[in-house]
Design a protein around this ligand. Structure first.
Ligand SMILES: [Fe+2]
Ligand SMILES: [Fe+2]
Length: 371
């Protein structure tokens, strides 16, 4: 008797064969094979079963002049010979985004592409992200930076802070993981420095900041803009102070908020916290997005009241509590975000929910019991 295989099983088998092929390849060959496997997968009609089909519904309700940005973050890649699960999961996110119809205007990669900032980790990530059909904008995370102080990352992706305009919205990308020098006086090697930063909950490293230099750059960048200009800022760490012991924190957050405060509407979208997270401070709306690698628990205190809290992910299910997402950007720069959770129903948190301070459009949390 032929054993029935679920869509999920078929999908995972296709990805396994992609990974087996990946293990035998050098970097030059990767793109060709990955694309070929994706093509075969699409041809069989076994698209990601938890993919973005429901997004089409959410998107259909968006006004005509809204546009969509896809968001992938916190993949924490090791070299594939050490850990291919995180490689697999980033590839899955790439497949998700490539399956969007219509395609997003661009994809924002939210930082922590690598786990320990190694050139091979960053190169592997760059190769995988090249499979995205839509243009990609990169942001840096602390795991990408502290082995060589960003040398390899800059080689691959350019400056870590920049701005651009798109369809009437001004976008800013920041490097919010600037740390004070804790390594020289201690005589740490680059590897020890990176390992220290990678362990968030130690007292050796300094808190993250945007820093004097970049705040000056930001002030200058925004100086020409009227307060009514729709503004979206991408940062890796949240641009507010959530929980210092885990570095869910930006030390000069209030100073950055003061620079942004003169704008009527501002959205800040961040990675780093690997969880559903929503906050509002004055006119600034904050959106924390998912990781493709693992979920962090919620901080034991200080959770913003607007957060639609996900119940604790199943620790025995490596796909629970992770995924990717999309941002539907309204003309006023406020956002409907969709968390595309791979093991649960997607969750949309609308601009109206934040505008009404949580009194309207309250999203339904994931219907799983807490583990
Ligand atoms: Fe991360
Ligand atoms: Fe991070």
């Amino acid at each position: 008797m032929t054993k029935f295989k679920s869509v999920e099983t078929k999908y995972m088998e296709a990805r396994e064969s992609a990974l087996r092929a990946l293990g035998k390849l050098d970097r030059r060959d990767f793109l060709r094979v990955s694309t070929a496997v994706l093509g075969a997968t699409l041809a069989k009609g076994i698209l990601n079963p938890h993919g973005f089909s429901t997004i089409q519904v959410a998107n259909a309700q968006a006004p005509k002049d809204a546009f969509r940005v896809a968001y992938i973050s916190d993949s924490h890649l090791y070299e594939k010979k050490i850990n291919d699960r995180f490689v697999n999961q980033l590839m899955r996110a790439v497949d998700d985004v490539n399956a969007l119809d219509p395609q997003p205007d661009f994809v924002l990669y939210g930082g922590d592409l690598a786990q320990l900032g190694a050139p091979k980790e960053l190169e592997l990530g760059a190769q995988i992200l090249k499979n995205l059909k839509a243009p990609v904008r990169m942001m840096v995370g602390e795991h990408d930076w502290y082995l060589d102080m960003g040398e390899k990352w800059r080689d691959l992706f350019g400056a870590p802070n920049y701005s651009f305009d798109h369809k009437g919205v001004h976008f800013v990308v920041l490097n919010s993981v600037v740390e004070k020098d804790f390594w020289t006086a201690r005589g740490l090697t680059p590897q020890q420095r990176m390992q220290t930063v990678a362990g968030l909950d130690n007292s050796v490293q300094s808190p993250f900041s945007v820093g004097d230099e970049q705040r000056k750059w930001l002030t200058d960048d925004l100086a020409r803009l009227a307060p009514t200009t729709p503004l979206i800022v991408f940062s890796h760490s949240p641009l507010y102070k959530l929980y210092r012991p885990w570095n869910f924190w930006t030390e000069d957050a209030e100073q950055v908020q003061a620079i942004l405060g003169r704008f009527k509407n501002v959205s800040v979208v961040h990675g780093h916290t690997h969880q559903l997270l929503t906050n509002r401070i004055g006119n600034i709306h904050f959106h924390g997005m998912l990781s493709t690698a693992w979920p962090w628990p919620y901080a034991p205190e200080g959770l913003p009241p607007l957060t639609v809290q996900m119940s604790r992910p199943d620790p025995f299910n490596p796909h629970d509590g992770i995924g990717d997402g999309t941002l539907t950007v309204h003309p006023d720069a406020l956002i409907d975000k969709l968390y595309n959770l791979w093991n649960r129903n997607p969750i949309t948190v609308t601009r109206n929910y934040l505008v009404s301070k949580g009194t309207k459009d309250k999203p339904t949390p994931p219907p799983l019991k807490s583990y």
